[in-house]
Design a protein around this ligand. Structure first.
Ligand code: HEM
Length: 180
């Protein structure tokens, strides 16, 4: 993944737990990169190693790290570094979610070697939609939950997120029902 992702993980840790904690986490992860460059792609393994090391260092489940990072990505990285893009995504939560399938098209203009997620929106109701998440990557189900929670917070909208389907023998993607 592009360095911006690893950099955001670094910022999340430093802002909340300080520089020393980040150094311990990096050491534990075995990732030997001094400085992540935002617009350079890195091996996905680095991102997973960092997330795993945070879970171990903090003694919390990996799922919690991913949820926390998803929220941070929307509320801090998205809003502070790509405010205009996030705002263009929609005037309210429902609009943003309905636009989600094309959201990363614009990101690809900045990051041409992106391997983006794919989203499909179905069952659009007054107060809920179903978000279908397709990815070439494994294990990011709870990251998406965190992103959706973050979007709820961004729009000051209380949301509940229900996982209706996850990838496995009988399904090739996740489905989240988002209700507000
Ligand atoms: C301005 C805001 C955003 C930027 C700049 C951005 C950019 C990126 C980047 C650079 C990656 C790494 C992929 C790669 O390097 O190949 C990524 C992955 C991802 N993004 Fe975004 N993104 C943004 C907002 C969102 C939002 C709002 C969502 C969904 C609610 C989202 C969902 C994801 C997911 C799930 C992945 C993991 C990739 C995968 O599943 O394969 N992103 N994004």
């Amino acid at each position: 993944m592009y360095g911006i992702v690893n950099k955001a993980i670094e910022e999340l840790v430093k802002e909340n737990y300080g520089e020393d904690k980040w150094e311990s986490i990096k050491l534990r992860s075995g990732v030997d990169v001094d400085y992540f460059i935002s617009n350079e792609p890195y091996d996905d393994a680095i991102t997973y190693q960092l997330a795993g090391a945070i879970a171990k260092e903090m003694d919390i489940p990996l799922a919690d790290v991913l949820i926390r990072f998803g929220e941070y990505w929307v509320l801090k990285t998205g809003r502070e570094k790509y405010g205009a893009l996030m705002e263009a995504g929609g005037a309210h939560l429902k609009e943003f979610l309905c636009n989600l399938p094309v959201f990363h098209n614009r990101i690809m203009l900045m990051y041409p070697r992106l391997t983006p997620p794919e989203f499909k929106i179905t069952d659009v109701e007054e107060r809920s939609v179903c978000v279908h998440y397709f990815s070439k990557r494994e294990g990011l189900q709870e990251f998406v939950r965190g992103l959706l929670q973050g979007l709820g917070k961004m729009y000051n909208t209380a949301v509940t997120i229900e996982l209706l389907q996850h990838r496995g023998a009988n399904a090739d993607h996740e489905i989240y029902k988002v209700t507000w």
